[in-house]
Each structure stands twice: as structure tokens, then as C-alpha cells.
Ligand binder design. Structure first.
Ligand code: PMP
Length: 283
């Protein structure tokens, strides 16, 4: 795999980062994950806009313009012959002697690399996924896509131990979001429910596109928190992320939810999403 590491395209096995990088020492950085489907960069402009926002919130000057970022991503696609997978990019505050306080003007460390992953060929799209719920142990600014991900690492490990695909995080009995996804239910009244944006969740880019599609399809969208009990009572349950686009949920904490197969609302949203992706121009 060829990555773009601190200004150079290099094989990832040959790449290295200084020990004094603040990303390594403090998790002082932010990241993005963008899907590549049949050679197309999915929701690229929106991911780069969120990157800009994350950087601004933690006081790092964006080292590239959106078009420079896109050119880097396209180069990663070409050099790796990446047809289906993910582009990971990360910006940390840079390299400095270890101290919590930082000086302005450090040179941010930029890393871009591909990941080969099934995205739309994920079998869970058809079979549905099993999930567990875990406590949401994160800090108070979950809207920043920070590389400090210990709570999510623990949540995903718990999911892995339980042999399920995702962990939905809860504060009290309210679902905040998945460890790496946005959570939705369709109620028995047919309302599509997901949380409104706040500091408690990441503003999902897939969520943004999916809700626009839901609006186009004239679905009733209700942005509000929902409880674990409401998931048990829902007609459909699913989650979204760039790395999966959308996955239906058929079991939570060992209990069947949302029917035994993908529901009609999920199917309509997913099919439309994919149709739109295929209308993009390949790299
Ligand atoms: N919430 C969290 C905590 C995530 O890590 C992710 C995946 N990056 C998402 C939601 C989904 O966001 P997106 O649709 O932009 O991938």
C-alpha cells in the first residue's frame, strides 16, 4: 500500500512518524474516513468540510485547501488501484518536545492512506447486523472527529468479544450513537428517528446525505434522542457510516429487533444512496 506520509508518497511499510509527534503522545489530532465505491470518492466535499471544522475547533490551521486534499485522495486511489475501500486521512498538531501546552505554528503532520474494505459489498447490508449496547464513556466534544478514541476502542472490543458487528453507546438509557456509526430507528408510526446534531455526537456525513435522501423520498424525519426501549419497539433499526454506508440491525443485546431482515425504509434509502454514488464521476 502506498500512503502519503509527511509530504511523500511511500510504501506504508517504509513510513514512520517521529516519537515526539503530538498525535502519538496526546492523540492531539483529527481524522477523516471517506469511502471509495467503484472508483468514486463518496461525499468527498462534505468530509473535507468536516475536517476543516474539526481542525478549527482544536486550533490547527488546515495545511491544505479542499482541492489539494481531493488531489491527494485521487492520487492515493490511482497509486493503489483502489476501486472499493476507504481513504483514511489524519492531521496532528505536529512534532514538539512533550508538553501539554503547545506553541502556535507547529507544522501539522499529514498522513493519508488507503484501506481495502468491502463498503457496499459488506454482506451485513443484506443479512443485517447484531449489535450490543455499552455505556458512552466519551468526553464532552464528541462532535470533533478526534484521534483520541479510547472509549470507542473499548466499545469495539466489547462488540468483538460478544461476536457482534457494532456497539451502540448509551448515556443513561438513551442511545447517543454507534462506536463508529450514526444510529437510527423507524418507529411503528413510520417516523425515521435519529438524534439532532449536538456536542454529544459526531455530525455524520453519511447521516447528512441519508437525511437529504429521506427528505427527497418524503419520509417523516424526527431528530430527537431515543431510548434503548424504543429500539426494542422499533419497526426498523439501522446505522450509517462512511465505511459501511448503511447496515440494518436485526439483534441488540441478544434480542431480535427491527424484523429479521432489512426493512423497506432501509432498502429504499440504501438503494437511492447507491444510485446517487454511481452517478459520480470515477477518479
Ligand atoms: N459516529 C461516530 C462516533 C463515528 O466514529 C462515525 C464514523 N466516522 C460516525 C458516527 C459516522 O460518521 P460518517 O458517516 O461521517 O462516517
Amino acid at each position: 500500500r502506498i500512503g502519503y506520509i509527511r509530504g511523500e508518497f511511500v510504501p506504508l511499510t517504509k513510513a514512520s512518524i517521529p516519537v515526539m509527534d503530538r498525535g502519538f503522545l496526546f492523540g492531539d489530532g483529527v481524522y477523516e474516513v471517506t469511502a471509495v465505491i467503484e472508483g468514486r470518492l463518496v461525499d468527498d466535499a462534505a468530509h473535507l468540510a468536516r475536517l476543516e471544522r474539526s481542525l478549527k475547533e482544536i486550533g490547527i490551521v488546515n495545511p491544505h485547501t479542499a482541492s489539494q486534499w481531493t488531489r491527494l485522495e485521487e492520487e492515493i486511489v490511482r497509486r493503489n488501484k483502489l476501486t472499493n475501500g476507504l481513504i483514511y486521512l489524519q492531521v496532528t498538531r505536529g512534532v514538539a518536545e512533550r508538553a501539554f501546552k503547545y506553541k502556535d505554528g507547529l507544522v501539522p503532520t499529514v498522513v493519508v492512506f488507503p484501506q481495502f474494505s468491502p463498503v457496499q459489498y459488506n454482506p451485513l447490508t443484506k443479512t443485517g447486523a447484531r449489535i450490543i449496547t455499552v455505556p458512552d464513556l466519551r468526553w464532552a466534544r464528541c462532535d470533533i472527529k478526534s484521534t483520541s478514541l479510547l472509549a470507542q476502542v473499548l466499545a469495539k472490543h466489547a462488540a468483538s468479544q460478544a461476536e457482534v458487528s457494532e456497539a451502540w453507546m448509551m448515556r443513561d438509557d438513551v442511545i447517543t450513537e454507534g462506536a463508529s456509526s450514526t444510529a437510527y430507528i423507524v418507529t411503528q408510526h413510520g417516523d425515521l428517528v435519529t438524534r439532532a446534531l449536538s456536542h454529544e455526537t459526531l455530525p455524520g456525513i453519511t447521516r447528512q446525505t441519508l437525511l437529504r435522501i429521506a427528505q427527497d423520498l418524503k419520509l417523516r424525519i424526527v431528530e430527537r434522542p431515543f431510548t434503548r426501549q424504543e429500539v426494542l419497539d422499533a419497526r426498523e433499526v439501522f446505522y450509517t457510516s462512511a465505511s459501511t454506508i448503511a447496515i440494518p440491525v436485526v439483534e441488540m443485546d441478544g434480542v431480535p429487533v427491527g424484523g429479521t431482515k432489512p426493512g423497506p425504509v432501509f432498502e429504499a434509502l440504501y438503494a437511492t444512496y447507491m444510485q446517487e454514488v454511481m452517478q459520480l464521476t470515477p477518479v
